[in-house]
Design a protein around this ligand. Structure first.
Ligand code: AMP
Length: 380
């Protein structure tokens, strides 16, 4: 029988999950989204919306009353409330609880012998001094919770910054991590369905600026050995983590080609947007297949693809002119957000090698040309 799908968070990820859900109408009868912004992107894609905060217990209960299965596009959901619900939650609140706290996530990974950079819990300024003595500088001091796109990170490069960094977090629970001088950031989008079947997408390369993802290159420009190692690490992560759904596993490749896991997102991931055109099954459809217990779709990369985010530019906050882009093999997706703000994710485009005749460097050249021609400018 078709199920009613509830989604916590109706931004661009919720929007693309909604679009995929509408194509699975045999299995999903209705889509309801909880989001604080009226007419959020997922509502624009056809989901029914409950306007409310992601952590608001009453709003979550209301969503649960109207849903048979609940998933989420953000990892900051209230696990205490979620674990009390009758509706099925995927990935489970247990898995979410491990991932939500960066320190418990890293502890879980290292206890399962998965590679991570050396890290410690920080409970006082003295402990921070002591751990920095051991790790050496630089280090990253990180907020354990509610931090994303690098917003909860402070890089400490000299000893006179230690106290300032500690005070910056104003009493939040913290961890410290050895700084990794990586040569590349990569990720694997992985799926696990409720029956325990696992599928991983090909390794992709991620280019960040100011801690925000700018570009994803599929496939990553690395050796076959690195591809194999990263794939094995992603698969093992999924085996131990257990939850159902799509996960984004972000990793560093060190100068010695060692792979370290940076972070896991228990949800569809920005570095998987290329799958909308490059793979047989998009990450959004795969996520739904996984949580509904359907057979997972093929993760084969059919076309080399470069994905670029369209971010709110510096210089203005407010309404912007419609962004347009028409070019063969280029797929623009805007998220229906009315207001541009600095670094806000407004949309993305995929440049797809449909004819299988171009190499990645050519796709990158096209990407850079388009990036320079796409303008987010104020609406007069
Ligand atoms: P996070 O929000 O913790 O995933 O971090 C955001 C970005 O900070 C990552 O994409 C990396 O570019 C950088 N970063 C995080 N942890 C480390 C680390 N231990 N060493 C070097 N860079 C890091």
């Amino acid at each position: 029988m078709a199920k009613r799908l509830g989604i916590i968070g109706g931004g661009q990820l919720g929007m693309m999950i909604t679009e995929a859900a509408k194509n699975l109408s045999e299995y999903i009868s209705e889509i309801i989204v909880l989001d604080p912004t009226e007419n959020c992107p997922a509502a624009q894609a056809g989901a029914k919306q409950i306007v409310g905060d992601f952590k608001d217990e009453l709003a979550i209960l209301k969503l649960a009353e109207q849903s048979d299965i609940i998933t989420y596009e953000i990892e900051s959901g209230n696990t205490d409330v979620l674990s009390k619900l009758k509706a099925k939650i995927e990935p489970s609140p247990y898995t979410l609880g491990i991932i939500q706290d960066k320190f418990s996530q890293k502890t879980f990974l290292s206890e399962n012998e998965l590679p991570v950079s050396q890290f410690y819990e920080i409970t006082s300024l003295d402990v921070l001094h002591e751990k920095i003595k051991e790790l050496g500088l630089p280090v990253l001091l990180k907020s354990r919770r509610d931090a994303y796109d690098g917003r909860g990170n402070f890089k400490i490069t000299s000893s006179d910054e230690i106290e300032k960094a500690y005070q910056h977090f104003n009493g939040k629970s913290l961890m410290v991590e050895k700084f990794v001088n990586f040569k590349m950031e990569v990720s694997v989008i992985a799926a696990r369905n409720t029956k325990g079947d696992i599928a991983t997408y090909p390794l992709v390369e991620n280019i960040h600026e100011n801690n925000i993802l700018k570009m994803t290159i599929a496939p990553a420009r690395v050796s076959n050995d690195v591809i194999k190692d990263a794939g094995e690490i992603a698969r093992k992560t999924m085996e131990v983590l257990k939850g159902a759904g799509v996960f984004g596993i972000e990793m560093f490749i060190t100068q010695d080609n060692e792979i370290l896991i940076n972070e896991i997102a228990p949800r569809v991931h920005n570095s998987g947007h290329h799958t909308l055109q490059s793979c047989k099954t998009s990450q959004f459809e795969q996520h739904l297949r996984a949580i509904l217990g359907l057979e997972l779709g093929s993760t084969e990369l059919v076309h080399k693809t470069v994905m670029c985010n369209i971010l709110g530019p510096d210089g203005f906050t407010g309404k912007y002119k419609p962004v347009q882009l028409e070019k063969d093999g280029v797929y623009l997706k805007m998220y229906g957000k009315n207001i541009s703000k600095l670094q806000r994710k407004l949309g993305h485009f995929n440049i797809v090698d449909l004819s299988d005749s171009e190499d990645i460097e050519q796709l990158l050249e096209i990407a850079n040309e388009i990036k320079n021609s796409i303008l987010v400018t104020p609406l007069d």
